[in-house]
Design a protein around this ligand. Sequence first.
Ligand SMILES: [Zn+2]
Length: 466
Amino acid sequence: MSIQIYNTMTREKEVFKPLTEKKVGMYVCGPTVYNYIHIGNARPAIVFDTVRRYFEYKGYEVNYVLNFTDIDDKIIEAAAEMGKEPKEVSEKFIQAYKDDVEAFNVKEATHHPQVTETIAEIIDFIKGLIDKGYAYEAEGDVYFKPRKFTEYGKLSSQSIDELRAGARIQIGEVKEDPLDFALWKKAKENEVSWDSPWGAGRPGWHIECSAMSKKYLGKTIDIHAGGQDLTFPHHENEIAQSEALNEQTFANYWMHNGYVNIDNEKMSKSLGNFVLARELIEQHDPNIIRFFMLSVHYRSPINFSDELIESAKNSFERIETAYQNLEHRKQVSLDLASGTDEWLDRIATYKDEFEAAMDDDFNTAKAISVLFDLTREANMYLQEDQTSTKVLTAFQEQLATLLNVLGVELNPEAELLDEEVESLIAEREEARKNRNFQRADEIRDLLKEKNIVLEDTPQGVRWRRS
Ligand SMILES: [Zn+2]
């Protein structure tokens, strides 16, 4: 089966055809690093990491590029408020971003370009656009002319005249047309800046992604991804810049994730309902948050509430408990021959179903429902009078492998059941009575490893979990 991707550009699911066989080049728009990320930023980090993991599971080599906007008005403002240099602010929040997404088990990108390290490429890009007549300098600023790029608006399906009606020129701007957007911004007094053919200044926002994408992935890339809110104007502007200069398609597939709501309301500054990723990590297991995020298809909006996360936790525990019960059962299982193959065949079909769901535009919601079916099947098998080690292991491996594709981790440390602890304690007493101290010590160490604390009391041995 081949992977199908919903392409925002064509508004259709299309069969994924990579530029180079078994390779994927992916560019994901990253954060502006002036604050801790909120869960609206965590969603693309998790969903596109899952896309990447699925490609890797299918044998593709993925070149995953995620940029950091490390210079911009918000960073300059935040630095002034904190009495720091912009660089100190951006470095702090780049590290914070990396820590937060790592907690969600997001793999490190292949490349993490930063604007301040890509200035030369950005200047070259802008020069090329001026040479071709798509951009012009005005009093130290440089602007791009969308009207000159005849396909402007194709990603967000808007015509240039519709867009023109809503555009205004801000006071102090010297644009030729209200639609024109800045590629280079002249430095204000005492502001951090870089030299350029147009004087001291710094890049506008949109140009960085065009320049970085070209630097790390080439003129045409396989997949460009980001939050739905970036479709316009950011991605529309990236397309105009890149295709005007390079004269070839910028990205073959455009993927956008849906919005995040909090308690059924849109997250917004005015409502004051922003939830930082690190606050959430303090309150809930990040592994569960990831599982919850993936329980909804990436293009649909997702609603966050404590109750919904709690319910995701309970659902995930059903899978985990089954996994651990399979582990316990191994201790009393046999190397059965009869009936085994039938079960192994059934387990294998879940892999096909899981892949069919993921092949269909990364439908993680459906893929997770397949995992619940597999869990139900495992629980049915555990009802059998006799179980085979081979089948138990196959169930476990299938659950772990498929969850791993989603980046969700199982706790392999099965907790000892109360009756198991008690029977081990009884065995230890017996061993001591028979002066078999070696066995008694082995059991003591095993219990200690499982965090069981033993206390000798006049009434006998008491135990508790630490
Ligand atoms: Zn971007």
